[in-house]
Design a protein around this ligand. Structure first.
Ligand SMILES: Cc1cc2nc3c(=O)[nH]c(=O)nc-3n(C[C@H](O)[C@H](O)[C@H](O)COP(=O)(O)OP(=O)(O)OC[C@H]3O[C@@H](n4cnc5c(N)ncnc54)[C@H](O)[C@@H]3O)c2cc1C
Length: 484
């Protein structure tokens, strides 16, 4: 008997779609916007759209789930183009929900910098009608394991139940920061050393007068400062990182991105040369350097994908930090907080963590400083780890991803930036083969796309994924038996 597999467009088939069960693991912004677009664009042609997310609502995730009202978006609200095709959706939600009047502190010289929590509420309002109408199922469970069957995926949740899906989208987002080896586990258990993503739960234990060392000087470290200040912190706060560089401020007013980057000189050095020359030209024309960084961000994916592998490594080694401090800028409210030192001093320094130990109830932190800056240990009450997600070990930090690596379905990106996938977001297996029914979404795909952290870039990727999944599902695969 000869078996032939043919593809028949859904319109002409008589049996129900066999590829229409879509499961998304992770319901932060990435998983939520992907589910939303699948529901909107498939016109109910998919058999099911299920999002596995233990949090109460979809769309909040790590970035927009904190109840801390002083944590603000780090870009102006009108730039949060969260819904493809409706660029003003979030700003309109702010207006419709009176946020511009009830949160006057959001309005600054650089635009409206809303509370992050409000963006999470906006996403919840976007998704809620679709969940209530049964178009999207939100399963409030953690996924612990996924196995491949002949033509589908078996998804095991933390309550032990198993669901089946034809297409699986991994949107598990940010890993926790890596706890430096120099920090004894006992200090983490006793909450004297606190990973920044667990600060919400531990902050009430930090007495206002305690001294705090924050490891890291990026936006997460500034979030820690904002949270401590909101809780009335008066003690000294030290921020320290290897570069000692803080995110730069936003420029006042509205301006368009400026500059076109040539991809013909696809080297790290060439890129730096172009940025410098465009910044000089832009400033001569009275525009801020921020407009060049915005152009670089917009063209970031095209530039990154053109760079040969060794040049990507050079960018990561030599330009990454300098890019990040200009690209991920601090909200004006945080800038004001740093300017207004008041009774609680904040100092920012360069240094490398060498050792942490408990000495008579204090943390003695030995720091490697640049030459000539001495090496007297710091004595503090708490240490907060705000070094950013551990993207290099993305597959190690949770059972699900570890098991999918062990089964060969997932491999780390070769540059240490998340999970390996191709230009269509298909996960590349350990055999080097892209898997059409296993997709990776959001910042996990940074190795392939480069610039894929902010909401507008994730939104555009989610739209491409949704269209591809809908196209795939509308082609039903049938096996016909021919006797001979
Ligand atoms: C603190 C912070 C502030 C930011 N601010 C801005 C900003 O102002 N503007 C902007 O454009 N961008 C901002 N970003 C960037 C961007 O919006 C985020 O990167 C984006 O939200 C990523 O969302 P995500 O869903 O991929 O990841 P996450 O937000 O990390 O969400 C992943 C979700 O997956 C769930 N999950 C994980 N594992 C499992 C599992 N096994 N089973 C089920 N569920 C699982 C988690 O519970 C989590 O809710 C910010 C990012 C951060 C971290």
């Amino acid at each position: 008997m000869l078996r032939i597999t043919i593809s028949i467009p859904q319109a002409s088939r008589s049996c129900p779609a066999r590829k229409g069960r879509i499961a998304i693991i992770g319901g932060g912004y990435t998983g939520a916007i992907t589910a939303y677009l699948l529901a909107q664009r498939s016109h109910e042609n998919l058999a099911s759209i299920t999002v596995f997310e233990p949090r109460e609502t979809l769309g909040a995730g790590l970035a927009y789930g904190s109840g801390d009202l002083d944590l603000r978006l780090n870009v102006a609200a009108h730039r949060m183009r969260a819904v493809p095709g409706v660029p003003t959706a979030f700003f309109k939600w702010l207006e419709d929900n009176s946020r511009l009047s009830t949160d006057p502190a959001s309005i600054t010289r650089g635009g409206t910098f809303s509370r992050r929590r409000d963006f999470g509420l906006f996403m919840n309002d976007l998704l809620k009608p679709l969940i209530e109408a049964g178009q999207i199922a939100h399963v409030r469970q953690y996924v612990t394991e996924v196995q491949r069957n002949r033509s589908s995926w078996s998804i095991t949740r933390s309550d032990g139940r198993v669901d089946e899906a034809d297409t699986l989208i991994i949107a598990t987002g940010h890993a926790s920061p890596k706890i430096p080896d120099q920090i004894p586990a006992s200090l983490v258990r006793s909450r004297r050393c606190i990973p920044a993503d667990r600060l919400d739960a531990a902050i009430s234990e930090i007495a206002p007068a305690e001294s705090v060392l924050v490891l890291g000087t990026g936006l997460t470290a500034l979030d820690v400062v904002a949270s401590l200040k909101t809780h009335g912190h008066t003690g000294p706060i030290h921020l320290m990182s290897r570069s000692g560089l803080l995110p730069r401020p936003h420029a006042s007013g509205d301006f368009a991105p400026h500059g076109v980057f040539e991809t013909t000189d696809a080297t790290a050095r060439g890129l730096l040369r172009q940025v410098r020359s465009l910044v000089a030209e832009t400033e001569r024309n009275g525009l801020p350097w921020q407009s060049v960084m915005d152009a670089l961000r917009h063209q970031g994916q095209a530039i990154w994908t053109q760079l040969p592998e060794p040049e990507k490594k050079r960018v990561l080694r030599h330009l990454r930090r300098i890019y990040e401090v200009h690209r991920f800028r601090m909200p004006p409210q945080v800038e004001a907080l740093l300017d207004k030192q008041g009774s609680s001093p904040i100092d920012v320094s360069r240094g490398r963590l060498e050792r942490v130990r408990d000495v008579n109830g204090k943390l003695e932190v030995q720091v490697g400083r640049p030459m000539g800056q001495g090496n007297t240990p710091l004595e503090v009450d708490r240490l907060v780890i705000a070094t950013g997600p551990d993207a290099a070990n993305m597959l190690d930090y949770q059972t699900l991803l570890r098991s999918m690596r062990d089964s060969g379905h997932l491999v780390p990106n070769a540059l240490g930036l998340g999970i390996a996938c191709d230009a269509h977001c298909r996960a590349v297996s350990s055999a080097g083969v892209p898997q059409a029914s296993l997709l990776i979404a959001g910042p996990l795909t940074r190795g392939t796309f480069g610039e894929i952290t902010g909401v507008p870039e994730i939104a555009a990727q989610a739209a491409a994924i949704a269209d591809m999944v809908i196209r795939q599902a509308s082609v039903s695969t049938r096996t016909i038996a021919i006797s001979g």
